[in-house]
Design a binder for this molecule. Structure first.
Ligand code: SF4
Length: 358
C-alpha cells in the first residue's frame, strides 16, 4: 500500500487520465478515469472505512498503472473501452449493483410479441428498443398496450393457428390457449380466432404508437373511459384512467429515447491538455470517428468531408441500438445531460452538406 502511494505521489500528474488497479497476480481488477488523475488516485489512500469503495478496490490491488488522455471526455471513452475489453471484476460487480435499465424485444414470426428483457441481445431473432428505466413499469405499460390491441403475451414458442392458414397441420385447440382470449384481451392467434393480416395490422398500430405516430390505443381507452363516466361507472372509469397514464408513460419513454438517439448527432470539438485538441464525430449517440482537431483550412475541409461521409448513409430503425453500442449511447447521453453547455457547443450534423442528402 505504502509503495503504491509513493508511486502515485512521485509519478502521477494532475491531468485527465485512466488508471488500472492490477492484482499481485497480474489481473486487472478495476479501471477508472479522472479529470485530475493524481488527486483521484491519492483519494484512494484516504478511504476511512474498510467498506468504502476505494478501500475495497485497494485491498485487491498490488499495483496501479495509468495513462494520460487529452481531456476528461477522452478519458471517459477510454475507460469504457478498457472495461469492455477486460471486464474487470470490480467494475462488473459495482456496475451490476447500479444496472437498472431494460429493453423491449420484439420477437419475429407471424405472431410477434413484445417482451421486456434486461439486456439487448446480440442475436438476430428479434428487434430491440431501449434502453429504458424501470423494467416493472415497462411491463405494466406493455400489458396495457397488449390488452388494448388484443396482442398476445404468452410464451414465444407457443404454436399459433391462424384462421387464414390454408392448411392446418393439426386442428387448433377447441378451448382458448388462456383466459385472455375469453375475456376479449387477445385476438386469439393460438385458436384460429384471427388472421395473420388482422394480427399484423394490430401489431403495427402498437409499433406506431410506441414510435409516436399513432395514438389509437389511448384514444380507444379514452372513449371507453368517457362512456363509463357517462354511465356512472366511476370505478371502471378510474381503472381506465390508470391504464391511459401507464400507456402515456410508455410513450414518454420512447419520446425520450428518440430524443437521445436523434439529438446526439454532431461534431464535438474538445480542447485537450497541452494543445492536444480532438474532434469527435458522433452519430446517433455513438462516436464514429476521433480525429486531431484541424489547424489549417485544408484540415478543416478534410474534417468536413469525413463528417459528411459519416452522416450521409441512412440508418435503419430509428430507435434500435445495437447491443454492443448501448453503453456508449448511455455514456454520451449522461455526459451531455451533466454538461448541457457542451451540447450547445457541438456542431449539428445538418451543418455538414452531404448529411442533408441522407
Ligand atoms: S389467447 Fe392464446 S395467443 Fe393470446 S395470450 Fe393467450 S395463449 Fe397467447
Amino acid at each position: 500500500m505504502q509503495q503504491m502511494r509513493e508511486a502515485v505521489r512521485a509519478g502521477v500528474k494532475d491531468r485527465p487520465g485512466v488508471y488500472r488497479m492490477i492484482s499481485p497476480d497480474g489481473e486487472i481488477v478495476y479501471v477508472g478515469k479522472a479529470k485530475k488523475l493524481r488527486t483521484r488516485l491519492m483519494s484512494y489512500f484516504r478511504a476511512e472505512y474498510p467498506a468504502d469503495k476505494g478501500a475495497r478496490i485497494l485491498r485487491e490491488a498490488g499495483e496501479i498503472a495509468w495513462d494520460y488522455h487529452p481531456s476528461e471526455f477522452a478519458a471517459l471513452l477510454e475507460e469504457l473501452r478498457l472495461i469492455k475489453r477486460w471486464r474487470p471484476r470490480l467494475n462488473v460487480m459495482m456496475k451490476r449493483d447500479a444496472r437498472h435499465y431494460a429493453f423491449i424485444r420484439i420477437s419475429r414470426g407471424p405472431a410477434p410479441k413484445f417482451q421486456v428483457v434486461r439486456s439487448a441481445g446480440n442475436d438476430d431473432s428479434g428487434t430491440y428498443f431501449g434502453p429504458f428505466h424501470g423494467a416493472h413499469q415497462l411491463e405494466d405499460a406493455l400489458r396495457e398496450l397488449n390488452d388494448a390491441l388484443g396482442l398476445r403475451d404468452c410464451r414465444a414458442d407457443l404454436k399459433m393457428y391462424f384462421a387464414d392458414q390454408v392448411e392446418l397441420p393439426v386442428a387448433p385447440p377447441r378451448t382458448p390457449g388462456c383466459i385472455r382470449h375469453e375475456i376479449g384481451r387477445c385476438l386469439g392467434p393460438c385458436v384460429a380466432a384471427t388472421t395473420v393480416r388482422e394480427y399484423a395490422s394490430r401489431f403495427d398500430v402498437a409499433r406506431q404508437f410506441l414510435e409516436g405516430a399513432d395514438d389509437a390505443p389511448v384514444a380507444l381507452l379514452r372513449a371507453a373511459m368517457e362512456a363509463s363516466s357517462e354511465d356512472l361507472e366511476f370505478e371502471r372509469a378510474a381503472s381506465l384512467r390508470d391504464k391511459i397514464v401507464r400507456l402515456e408513460s410508455l410513450q414518454d419513454q420512447f419520446a425520450r429515447l428518440r430524443f437521445a438517439v436523434e439529438s446526439l448527432s454532431f461534431v464535438y470539438r474538445v480542447p485537450g491538455w497541452g494543445d492536444d485538441d480532438r474532434v469527435y464525430v458522433v452519430r446517433r449517440g455513438r462516436v464514429r470517428a476521433e480525429l486531431p482537431a484541424p489547424r489549417t483550412v485544408e484540415e478543416e475541409q478534410a474534417l468536413a468531408a469525413r463528417a459528411a461521409e459519416i452522416f450521409a448513409p441512412p440508418e435503419k430503425t430509428a430507435l434500435t441500438v445495437p447491443a454492443h453500442e448501448v453503453d456508449e449511447l448511455l455514456l454520451l447521453s449522461s455526459w451531455f445531460r451533466k454538461f448541457p453547455e457542451e451540447f450547445l457547443k457541438a456542431e449539428a450534423a445538418e451543418r455538414f452538406p452531404r448529411a442533408l442528402s441522407a
